[in-house]
Design a protein around this ligand. Structure first.
Ligand code: PA5
Length: 462
């Protein structure tokens, strides 16, 4: 199981001004936390609560259909292309980057055991989209278009371009190169997929985009490139069981949620840095940034009061960002909680040769890059603690499906618990919808004429 070390947030270590009296706070919040955990678990099956993501680890049916589809199309495509944005892309990106062999797309088909390469087109930059189409032979590409709403402008515009090219190249057979993941009944993509006869998967009801990684949204692309999705499911199930424990002393998601909440509300530390010491976990930070920001950044609490709250998430990568951000974290404003992610055992052990003994770099010879990475993680942690900067460390035994799934699931539960502590609706995103609606209006979507007029008047004044 993954582990959380929160000792460096304690006042005994980083002083009263910046640290918390952890045992006292845990005791004070014991009942509140127990209530939050049992309430989340009670509400998770009720429609409209947006807590169905807590059941995804047990969705054997989806697992079966995804695996069956992946084995059916195996060997037919050279590439998988995922079209999606935000919650429809970030989870798949985080897990495929973590779980595939590094530089997967550069390996030969033999090195990939005949499995396809994978690309995520999450943005709408005309240059990178055009560039990607120069690299990919779309005839040999299976395109997985993912959108819960079925109407997001970025994803649908990519889809329209891709569909057109595929149809020109393959005629009516183009549909076999498309698989849509969307709502089971509603939305434009569902309508199109049914009319045109695409294979489809469902984004389950009551699962928001940023909590959808363990639904077909994440599982389909992962299975298509041969990632063991059973291992992922086992990781979530074991973590879910551990996080059902209502005792704060035993529940790492509750501990980290409470620490972040108290650091923000009592100590003015409203920035949360996610810093894995593993390049393979780099996109876990991107995924976390969306999860934390969209879930907790809210203007109203559940009672309708204006609150404008939410800790700001920041992504960093160890050891790279020691040479970019750590100066600020050590000596700048003491307004952050740093989350280190530490990998106990890397897949490879990489020795540094014993050369240049007679120079100042001779000390590196005979050591391993693994030792260096972990020494860097330790020294950054100690330095931050010397400067009284609160930091926690999440340790994974290794980067595999079981452990990384646990990490993501733990962060989801942590976010849900933090949302309850802030007393806000963790699962809506009115701020995102507002910008989406303005885009629809500006691009002339029917039904948005009034918004378009208001928007144009506002833009004229800027
Ligand atoms: O978490 C969310 O709800 C959002 O980030 C969505 O995932 C994102 O806006 C994409 O939406 P959709 O899946 O409807 O295309």
């Amino acid at each position: 199981m993954i582990r959380l070390d929160y000792r460096n947030t304690d006042a005994n270590i980083i002083g009263n001004d910046n640290g918390l009296n952890i045992q006292e706070e845990f005791a004070k919040y014991k009942d509140t936390i127990a209530h939050i955990i049992s309430d989340l678990n009670k509400r998770k099956d009720k429609p409209g609560q947006w807590l169905q993501w807590m059941n995804l680890g047990y969705n054997e049916e989806t697992l079966w259909y995804v695996k069956e589809y992946a084995s059916m199309v195996q060997g037919r495509f050279d590439n998988i292309l995922v079209l999606g944005i935000g919650g429809s892309a970030l989870g798949g990106m985080a897990l495929s980057e973590a779980l595939l062999k590094p530089y997967w797309n550069l390996l030969t088909p033999e090195q990939r055991n005949g499995l396809p390469r994978i690309f995520f087109l999450d943005n709408i930059d005309p240059d990178t989209i055009t560039g990607l189409f120069e690299v990919l032979d779309l005839k040999k590409t299976l395109v997985n278009v993912i959108t819960k709403s079925g109407s997001t402008a970025e994803t649908m515009s990519q889809f329209m371009i891709v569909k057109n090219i595929l149809e020109q190249e393959l005629g009516s057979n183009y549909r076999y190169n498309l698989v849509a993941t969307t709502d089971k009944k509603t939305g434009i993509l569902r309508q199109i997929a049914e009319q045109e006869g695409y294979k489809t998967f469902v984004v389950p009801d009551d699962v928001g985009g940023r909590f959808s990684v363990f639904s077909a949204v994440g599982l389909v692309p992962l299975a298509l490139v041969g990632i063991d999705i059973d291992e992922i499911m086992n990781g979530i199930k074991d973590m879910d069981l551990a996080l059902k424990n209502t005792d704060i002393n035993e529940n790492i998601a509750a501990q980290n949620a409470l620490i972040h909440y108290l650091m923000d509300t009592q100590k003015g530390k409203n920035l949360s840095v996610m810093m894995p010491y593993s390049s393979r976990l780099k996109y876990v930070s991107d995924w976390y940034v969306q999860l934390w920001a969209e879930s907790l950044g809210k203007n109203k609490d559940k009672d309708g009061n204006d609150v404008h709250i939410g800790p700001t998430p920041i992504k960093a990568l160890g050891a790279t960002d020691q040479h970019s951000q750590i100066q600020l974290y050590n000596e700048g404003p003491n307004d952050k909680v740093i989350n280190f992610i530490r990998v106990a055992e890397f897949d490879n052990n990489l020795e540094i040769p014993n050369i240049f003994e007679y120079t100042g770099i001779g000390y590196l010879g005979g050591k391993t890059i693994n030792q260096l990475m972990n020494a860097e993680a330790d020294s950054t942690k100690v330095a931050l603690t010397d400067y009284n900067r609160p930091n926690v460390t999440i340790t994974l035994d290794k980067v595999d499906g079981y452990n990384v799934a646990q990490l993501l699931y733990m962060l989801e539960v942590q976010t849900a618990i933090a949302g309850e502590l802030y007393n806000i609706n963790t699962f809506n995103q009115p701020g995102v919808e507002q910008a989406k609606n303005y885009t629809y209006a500006l691009m002339g979507r029917a039904g948005y004429e009034e918004s378009a007029q208001t928007l144009q008047a506002k833009m004229a004044m800027i």
